[in-house]
Design a protein. Structure first.
Lengths: 216, 258
């Protein structure tokens, strides 16, 4: 076996992306808990994590540019590097959206305008999509990636039904507009997070098969 | 073999079940491939894999080696080049070759290029035009037009190699074989030769043996990977470097061995 140092760098890259993924899962979960429970303390704990995650993602990006510039990666190595670059960018966007979610509790004086049943369901599906997409990346499991991305449809359906419900509520009672708008943003963020999970799944399919597919 | 290079409608070179032995040792094992016209095909593989031996079968250079025995069929433009009626000198005029080390003759730049056309009977009045055209096609006219009578050996290594390409072009081949043409050259001379090869494919079919995988990736349309005398994989270069189908190809091009 030759190029041992290079191979270690590739292993490390994959591990780093997976570690970033774990942190992103945690931030997303805590941001959702903070908004469901309107737990401002948990929200603040989540908000302070953003700069560290950004820095981690930048380090991953820098190591990718080094590998590209110095090692001339080919074939599956090249695909691992390209998909890692795209997946870490999607993960960073999920963090950004989670941070937006964690800012909501601070603006929700007076409590929720309705019980967050479907919204929580959206968040649970998105969290599962994130978990499975990362697992699929780790194991290069194309079927798992496709199954994870397929759940996006349900997230979209829930998005539209909650959207309509909130608009109708605001039409009837203008005093809730401010708080209901925060929930509109929340479901929009969740819908976007699910889309980024689909992107991750697409990167996994590319990594495993070299084929570019659209999964959402 | 990848689908895209199977059943090429009009292959320039068609190899069927080619086997070659040096004495007892089998150096090529049952090679079949179809090389499309007006394309660059790169042959890669570790030292001793048979790629240079293979390219030398395409203009019968192996005939010069003692105890070398060949079985199978090589057709160029539909003609069996190992057939009874083949004039090897004529064949090598049609299938030119450029070697690893630039090997200009110890004569002037002009005479180097004019050498081939002269022995093939070109008239004196045509020679100037032929030489200029060949030097232009080989992208070395600008550097040599004012010193055609200077010795070829006064040129730099990269210029000598382009002169050798001009010398090959002067006899108007339709296929050109390059056996590691840039391995003795610096990066700038290398990229000039690479540009030249890519330009030449408009008019010629090119087969190049190279140890430089990035070079194969940069300049070729098709890539064949050889290992221990076998053609392991042959396909579009994009496919081979993006998503090879054979594990040993993947291992070689990602530097796992070789």
């Amino acid at each position: 076996m030759v190029r041992e140092r290079y191979l270690r760098q590739l292993d490390l890259l994959k591990e780093s992306v997976l570690s970033l993924g774990e942190i992103v899962e945690l931030i997303f979960r805590d941001s959702m808990t903070s908004v469901i429970d309107l737990d401002i303390g948990l929200a603040e704990k989540t908000l302070v994590l953003e700069p560290g995650v950004d820095k981690f993602e930048e380090e991953i990006e820098a190591s990718i540019f080094d590998l590209l510039a110095l090692q001339q990666p080919m074939a599956s190595d090249l695909r691992l590097i390209v998909s890692s670059l795209k997946i870490s960018a999607d993960l960073r966007r999920i963090v950004g959206l989670s941070i937006n979610i964690a800012k909501i509790p601070g603006r929700m004086e007076g409590g929720h305008v309705k019980p967050l049943v479907d919204t929580k369901r959206m968040a649970d599906i998105a969290a599962l999509m994130l978990k499975d997409s990362l697992m699929a990346f780790e194991t290069q499991d194309v079927e798992l990636a496709k199954a994870a991305a397929a759940r996006d449809e349900e997230v979209d359906k829930l998005f539209y039904s909650v959207w309509v419900e909130l608009i109708e509520m605001m039409a009837k009672d203008t005093s809730i507009i401010s708080r209901a708008t925060n929930l509109l943003f929340l479901i929009r963020y969740l819908e976007r997070i699910a889309d980024h999970c689909c992107n991750i799944c697409e990167s996994v399919v590319y990594l495993a098969t070299a084929e570019k597919v659209r999964l959402n | 073999m990848t689908e895209s290079v199977q059943n090429v409608s009009q292959p320039q070179i068609e190899v069927e079940n080619l086997n070659l032995w040096y004495g007892e040792k089998q150096a090529l094992k049952n090679i079949s491939m179809q090389i499309p016209k007006n394309s660059v095909t790169a042959l890669i593989g570790p030292s001793g894999c048979g790629k240079s031996t293979f390219i030398r079968c395409l203009n019968r250079m192996n005939d010069l080696i003692k105890n070398c025995r060949i079985e199978g069929k090589v057709s160029i433009e539909g003609r069996d080049i190992y057939g009874q009626d083949v004039d090897v000198v004529e064949l090598r005029k049609e299938v030119g070759m450029v070697f690893q080390k630039p090997n200009p003759f110890p004569m002037s730049i002009y005479d180097n290029v004019a050498y081939g056309p002269r022995i093939h009977g070109a008239s004196k009045k045509d020679l100037d035009g032929i030489v200029e055209q060949a030097l232009r096609s080989a992208a070395i006219w600008e550097e040599t037009s004012d010193r055609l009578k200077s010795p070829a050996l006064s040129l730099s290594g990269g210029q000598q190699q382009r002169l050798c390409i001009a010398r090959t072009l002067a006899v108007k081949p339709r296929t050109i074989l390059f056996d590691e043409p840039t391995s003795a050259l610096d990066p700038i001379s290398t990229s000039r030769i690479e540009d030249l090869i890519m330009n030449l494919k408009k008019d010629y079919t090119i087969v190049i043996v190279t140890h430089n995988m990035q070079q194969a990736a940069r300049i070729s349309d098709y890539t064949g990977f050889f290992l221990m005398g076998e053609l392991i994989e042959f396909g579009q270069t994009r496919q081979i470097f993006h998503n090879p189908q054979e594990k040993s190809t993947e291992d070689y091009i990602t530097g796992r061995f070789g």
